[in-house]
Design a protein around this ligand. Structure first.
Ligand code: 2AM
Length: 176
C-alpha cells in the first residue's frame, strides 16, 4: 500500500578482513561487558540515519544520493568507548577523517534541502559492537582496525523472526 514505510539509513561497510577483526573484538567485549555482540553481517558505520520512508521518499533519497560526489578515504578505527546512556560499546576513529566529514555533511545538507528532517545531534562516527552492555573497564585496543572506504550504501533495517537484518538497497562509489 502507499502508506507502507521502510526504515533506512546510509552507511559504509568494512571490508572482509576488517569485518572479521571487528566481529572477534565484539565477542571479546561482549564477554567482558555481559552484553550482546553484534552479528558479523550487521557490522557497519552509519553515515546518516534517515528513519521511516515511503516508496516516494525512497526514490527521492536515491536521486539525492546520485548527486553526491565525494572522495574515497582510509578509515582507522582506534578507540573503544562505552556509552552509558544507551549501553553500547563501540569503536570509532579518534580523528574523524576530513573526507568522512565531507561525505556526511554533503549528504545531510542535500537531504535537508530535499525536505528530510534529520537528527540534530552532532555526528559521531562509530561502529556499535555490543548492545545492552554494562562496562566498568574497557581493555586497551592492541591494534587499530582500518580499511579503505570506496563506496557507501543505502540500507534497509528490517525486523524478522530471526532478528534485525540489513538489506542493501543501493550503493554509490567514492571517487579516487
Ligand atoms: P547505533 O548503532 O548507535 O544504535 C541502524 O539503526 C543504524 O542507525 C545504527 O548504526 C544506529 O546507531 C543508527 N542510528 C542513528 N540514529 C538512530 C536512531 N535515531 N534510531 C535508530 N538508529 C539510529
Amino acid at each position: 500500500s502507499p502508506e507502507e514505510t521502510i526504515k533506512v539509513f546510509f552507511a559504509v561497510w568494512p571490508d572482509a578482513a576488517a569485518q572479521e577483526r571487528l566481529s572477534k573484538l565484539a565477542s571479546q567485549l561482549a564477554s567482558l561487558c555481559r552484553g550482546r555482540a553484534i552479528n558479523l553481517p550487521l557490522i557497519h558505520l552509519t553515515l546518516v540515519f534517515v528513519g521511516n520512508v515511503t516508496g516516494q521518499q525512497l526514490e527521492t533519497l536515491c536521486q539525492v544520493a546520485n548527486e553526491v560526489k565525494q572522495s574515497n578515504f582510509h578509515l582507522t578505527m582506534d578507540e573503544i568507548q562505552y556509552w552509558q546512556h544507551n549501553r553500547i560499546v563501540h569503536i570509532g576513529p579518534s580523528q574523524c577523517p576530513a573526507k568522512l566529514s565531507a561525505l556526511v555533511n554533503d549528504l545531510q545538507n542535500r537531504l535537508s534541502q530535499a525536505g528530510f528532517s534529520l537528527e540534530k545531534r552532532r555526528y559521531i562516527p562509530h561502529i556499535t559492537l555490543v548492545r545492552k552492555a554494562l562496562c566498568r573497564n574497557l581493555p586497551d585496543l592492541t591494534a587499530s582496525i582500518a580499511w579503505h572506504v570506496n563506496e557507501w550504501a543505502l540500507v534497509q533495517s528490517k525486523q524478522t523472526d530471526q532478528g534485525t537484518v540489513y538489506l542493501s538497497l543501493d550503493r554509490w562509489p567514492l571517487e579516487e
